[in-house]
Design a protein around this ligand. Sequence first.
Ligand SMILES: Cc1cc2nc3c(=O)[nH]c(=O)nc-3n(C[C@H](O)[C@H](O)[C@H](O)COP(=O)(O)O)c2cc1C
Length: 712
Amino acid sequence: MADLAKEYLILWASQTGNAEWIAKNIHTEAGKKGYKGQCFVMDDYTIAPLQQTGVIILVASNTGDGDAPDNSLKFWRFLRRNKDKTYLNNAKFTILGLGDSNYSNFNYTGQRLEKKFKELGATMFYERGMADDAEGLENVVDPWIEKLWEVLPTVLSQDTALSITESVNSEKELEKQMTELQIEPELIPFSMKNRKNTLPQAVENYTKLENSLVENSETKPVESPPVTATVEYVKGYPLHISLDGLEAGVKLTGLPRISVPVAKLTKLSEQQLETKENSVPDFVVTPAPVTYVPVTMVSCLTTADAVKRTLELELDVGQDTHFEPGDAFGILAPNNEQLVQAILNRLNIPSSEYNCLYTVEGENLPTHLEKATKTRLIDLFRYAIDFTSHPRKALFRMLADHTTDPKEKLTLMYICSKQGTAAFNAIRDESPTLLDILDSFPNCQPPVERLLDLLPAHLPRFYSISSSPLKRQGKIRFAFNVVNYTTTGNAQRKGVATPWLDNLTSLVPSRTTPENQEIDISGLGIKVPMYIRPNANAFVLPTKTERPLVLIGPGTGIAPFIGFLEHRQTQRKIRMSMGTVGHPREIQESFGPVYLYYGFRDKSKDFLFEKEINQFKQDGIITHLAIAESRATETKVYVQDLIKRDAEKLYELIVKKDAAIYICGDAKGMARGVQDALVEMLVLYHQVDVVEANKILMEWISSKKYLRDLWA
Ligand SMILES: Cc1cc2nc3c(=O)[nH]c(=O)nc-3n(C[C@H](O)[C@H](O)[C@H](O)COP(=O)(O)O)c2cc1C
């Protein structure tokens, strides 16, 4: 029999790419250290040697409210069904969980994985890491990986074990020096203004040391002279970086681990391919086929003086598209074109290159680049890379190696060091784009390939369907806030898909009365690329119409419930029109009570779907309407306050009459507040303690009595 402990297996689950990036980095680095093993996404567990590998490393993030990422749902089904207590008897495992402590179920998937793997007979060889995005993932991830390299030689009995141990030890010495960068007191200037133009020797040494560990496989993708701009490009907002922690004698510690270069970008031909606007390139992988559907209606649901601008759009998806109210769909919007072109220009890429064909290759490439083997350069920038999400420390660390200015280098090193935590967090809070970062360091010129390595994937944006297929056959409606705001540092920020949709539909005027105007734009020929997302969380109506419903959805969280209510309204109309089926009262009774908890800031500005909700109430489709207005009066009222107010009634409905609970909206504050209110209800009326109440909620979640559709 093969020696099981000879190879490792890494399994990852990732919603937005962090866990994938970390898992693949561990895999690449393990390979460099001489270990043998494989790396798979969890849902590929059937082709992964799960029972044939003695050492399993799990890297998993969370989504929703402690839910597992979409690409691990099949694996979870398999784990749940597997009751064989000896299934993983031969496996030793460890877990690196990624979460965010702002969410009520911090790192829940990591805890569940540990429990399940132990139930299947596996033993833990190294304690679970619980990284926190709120504090910076690197704070836990980096030391956890360092320690992994210490532990691995003892659990992996590879033939190369001796040489690995030696190499690990010598690297450890180097890394020790690397993570503690001592800057000579006399070389530390106190402000950026009077900083010397020479790099402190310690920084030079550090860089040399670090680079000696990284095989220099970078190739310059585009060898072209700097562009003299003839076009006016947008400029980035400069970052305001406080160097308060950078004092004389300071030791920069906890610098991020070196990320091994992966992507190689090679030009395939000079041939200029025709520009196809709004056309999603083939390398973009989606779980269902992408279709281009006409936009037929647009309406603005808020007034001009509301804090947010909310739009409702209708798409003509055709009679053959199957969906239910509550299903979600993805829209593949490109990155903002001005931003894309400004970044290309900032990277000295001439516009003559934009439409040339390129290939991206490399071992352990991130999933979003795997199929980019023949693509126009501009499409990589429009559809593959995310230029607007929170920057990783590893990005700043890489940029430090690509600036010619010592001041910039030191500042970049400081930002990603432990001493620069406050500066890093302040930068994150400002949500800078890549352009903002690059324009703040004018002498920094990173290779495109390293950006491909270190920037996250550009992802589809998901929306909940706010209409019923019974009422609007072949049509989908959805509502969203147009993301456009000013940061505390006075930078103007925009979302990706929502301003794009707003522009496409020619910036419709705001609502002037409670009755928003629906504008028919079917004649304009506007199409958007989209796909229906199979509903993984079963956020759909129960099949039995008698079952009572509790719907909780402030802001645009109301959208799927409008679909639910339209559906119920149409179902009732159909039953009524069939006449013979029953007495109107019987028909009315065949629909259970519906409690709607809905919140907004100000009734006169952002009461979305006001007319429709009032009509549902009048028709008896909504039996209890609880409205929370948070900004109109002195006392701010939120949906969770109304749930607490109605606790006794709700207990009766939820526990005694088995109501299904649905919650939709902000995953942080609102979901947490509602969870606490439901716990309070159980403590008061079910007479259990808080721990037991939380357990009951978890049971409701797994039995799908409590359904959640949450977003950040
Ligand atoms: C919509 C959403 C919901 C989340 N829910 C949770 C949660 O319930 N518990 C938690 O610990 N972290 C939660 N997180 C934080 C993520 O797990 C964390 O940001 C992680 O770094 C994401 O890794 P990924 O890119 O591999 O998916 C959530 C993040 C988002 C965007």
